[in-house]
Design a binder for this molecule. Structure first.
Ligand code: C5P
Length: 236
């Protein structure tokens, strides 16, 4: 598979065209950003860890019947995947209250939610990724039909139903995470982007230790060791 011109550069990945019009290559970067780009850093090896973690999790989801863009891992920092039209909705799934949920609604940090919460944020950096309700999403034309919003929620819950028990068996609480979806050339909605400690929160079930990007957001240090620990638990 030939890596051709740069299509898009995001905060954590570069996207390249290939010699196949239906396939693209993501290069996972070592760059770290938080608070909509206001806090920046870099951690050598972070990109490769996220590529490996995402690869394992996409394979697990595919095995459980969830359609994703994943095709294969090409090398440490590169993943081959299906080309899609990205839906500009960040789907946030929460099992335990923390982060913006705690800040916005005053729910005590660490509260196990009575049921899994699925929220939509508008994927727009200039606006600071504001919360969306279904009517906002339809008025903005982010999807065409209510059915598609229902499908995003349903798929997000299916992902959680696979990942939450998987991580629990590895001694990790899957606290919350962000998913992105896209439409493939046939108009099917599939899971895209990455699933890694950059966009999931993992808390060790015994110690409560944070093994995700909150180590960077909160200046705790030890980010790479934490991401390695997540990969080792997945593989273990
Ligand atoms: O910041 P907040 O508490 O809303 O984040 C919820 C979850 O979504 C966290 O796991 C966070 O890593 C992820 N997220 C993300 N990208 C964003 C916003 C949130 O990966 N732009």
């Amino acid at each position: 598979m030939e890596k051709r011109e740069l299509l898009y550069e995001g905060k954590a990945k570069r996207l390249f065209l290939t010699d196949d019009e239906n396939l693209v290559i993501s290069e996972f970067k070592d760059d770290l950003t938080a608070f909509n780009g206001a806090q920046k850093s870099s951690e050598a090896g972070k990109g490769a860890l996220n590529n490996k973690i995402s690869t394992e999790l996409f394979k697990l989801l595919e095995k459980n019947g969830i359609k994703t863009h994943f095709v294969k891992m090409l090398d440490d920092n590169h993943m081959l995947h299906t080309k899609v039209d990205v839906i500009l909705i960040e789907v946030i799934v929460r099992n335990i209250a923390t982060g913006s949920l705690t800040r916005n609604l005053g729910i005590k940090d660490g509260t196990v939610l009575p049921f899994t919460l699925v929220e939509f944020d508008y994927k727009d950096d200039d606006l600071g990724d504001p919360k969306l309700n279904d009517q906002h999403a339809l008025i903005l034309g982010l999807v065409e039909y209510q059915d598609e919003l229902d499908k995003l929620r349903r798929m997000a819950r299916e992902v959680n139903d696979v990942l939450r028990p998987f991580f629990a068996a590895k001694g990790l609480n899957l606290v919350d995470f962000k998913l992105e979806f896209g439409k493939d050339k046939n108009g099917n909605i599939i899971l895209v982007d990455e699933i890694s400690p950059d966009n999931c929160r993992f808390w060790d079930m015994e110690s409560g230790e944070k093994l995700d990007k909150d180590r960077f957001r909160e200046g705790l240090g030890g980010l790479k060791v934490a991401y390695e620990e997540v990969l080792n638990r997945i593989l273990g």
